[in-house]
Design a binder for this molecule. Structure first.
Ligand code: MRU
Length: 372
């Protein structure tokens, strides 16, 4: 068995449908969201999480914005879309896939040949569907490229959740694990529990068990010991934003893993779609780091594990300087240092592909967009 496909984000009956990841592994529930504000709240509350999944949810929320807009003319509709984009982008500031997806939606509306309101509504749903479908295809390609870096029998250390749940389906770093398994490579995964939200324990463990992939859940503090004692062949993770020089913002704790891996001469791979690469930021110091509530640290499932009123600092992400990375796997291929060059090439190739695909969609019969 390999990946057990789950669709973390989809569109149904004019609603954005999201697997409620707060309830896993105990309960598998899918919630429907009918307003932009409700989707923004769901993103903030981490009903949906993982940079590419958040991006797809944001794209579908822009469709909701178009449907609910009272505007009778294009200018009014575009103004409503811009307001929706601002609300959505603020929900999770580090994951650039969110603002990337809402910008792409806005651009699709602005570039439309026939900008009537009805046509724009249909066209936006086509664009959101394209973002979602492309995400799955991109993950498959990253899986293929990433698997070439992994030897049969490898022990992999993985942080957070980067699987089907963190994307539309299949995953980024976990997608590499699924691709290895599909190719018959026997890999074993050390799953970091990933405090404070426990995405590793709750979500990655759930995914890997369903997929029948050998794994052990470890406390985050075990990772250094495993690396020093020769039990890790590669460290794999995703990212929420990658700066132009290759510095990577990912789930808090990633930096520590990369430094210890480097110390022990273990390769470190970040697996990221080019939508996660933000060429507008020169380096990782410019990436905004989201801070989340103190309850995430003081409580587990509503149970207090720290004294009442304790002061808490809870940054959700950290930055790993690019010198600790062996390679960055993208859907355009594996990027090696100097990342400033290889990432720019990957991003340019991806943008050309997206533009060509959009042109193709427009040329199809009915490609001007049909309201669904
Ligand atoms: O806070 P989260 O759970 O949204 O953080 C997710 C991560 O840090 C992932 O590693 C990242 O989004 C890449 S997932 C494909």
């Amino acid at each position: 068995m390999t990946n057990q496909s789950v669709r973390a984000v989809f569109w149904e009956n004019r609603q954005v449908m999201l697997i409620d990841q707060r309830r896993l592994p105990g309960t598998f529930a899918v919630n429907g969201y009918a307003t932009v504000a409700a989707v923004a709240e769901a993103i903030q509350a981490m009903v949906v999480r993982g940079a590419p999944a958040i991006g797809a949810a944001g794209a579908y929320a822009m469709v909701l914005a178009a449907h609910s807009s009272p505007a009778h003319d294009t200018a009014g509709l575009l103004a409503d879309l811009r307001r929706a984009k601002a609300l959505l982008d603020a929900a999770r500031p580090t994951a650039v896939n969110l603002s990337w997806a809402t910008a792409r939606m806005l651009d699709a509306a602005e570039q439309a040949a026939d900008p009537s309101v009805a046509v724009l509504q249909g066209l936006l749903l086509d664009e959101a569907d394209a973002i979602a479908e492309e995400d799955v295809a991109i993950n498959r390609r990253m899986g293929f490229y990433g698997a070439e870096l992994i030897a049969d029998g490898a022990n992999l250390l993985h942080h957070c959740n980067t699987g089907a749940l963190a994307t539309v389906d299949f995953g980024t770093a976990l997608g590499v694990v699924y691709a290895c398994a599909e190719q018959g490579k026997r890999v074993h995964v050390w799953v970091d529990e990933t405090r404070p939200r426990l995405q590793g324990a709750r979500l990655t463990a759930w995914e890997l068990l369903r997929a029948g992939i050998p794994m052990h859940l470890i406390a985050d503090n075990s990772a250094g010991h495993l690396m020093r004692t020769g039990q890790v062949d590669a460290v794999l993770f995703g990212a929420d934003r990658v700066a132009a020089n290759g510095d990577v913002a990912n789930k808090i704790g990633t930096y520590k893993l990369a430094v210890v891996a480097c110390e022990n001469r273990i390769p470190v791979y970040a697996v990221v779609p080019t939508s996660t690469v933000d060429l507008t930021l020169a380096d990782g110091d410019q990436i905004p780091i989201e801070e989340r509530s103190s309850e995430e640290v003081t409580h587990i499932d509503g149970v207090a594990i720290a004294p009442d009123g304790v002061p808490v600092y809870n940054p959700a992400f950290d930055v790993t300087p690019h010198r600790y990375l062996t390679a960055i796997v993208t859907e355009e291929g594996v990027c090696f240092p100097p990342f400033a060059v290889s990432l720019r090439q990957a991003k340019t190739a991806a943008e050309a592909r997206i533009a060509a695909q959009r042109r193709q969609r427009r040329e199809l019969p009915g490609g001007g967009g049909v309201v669904r």
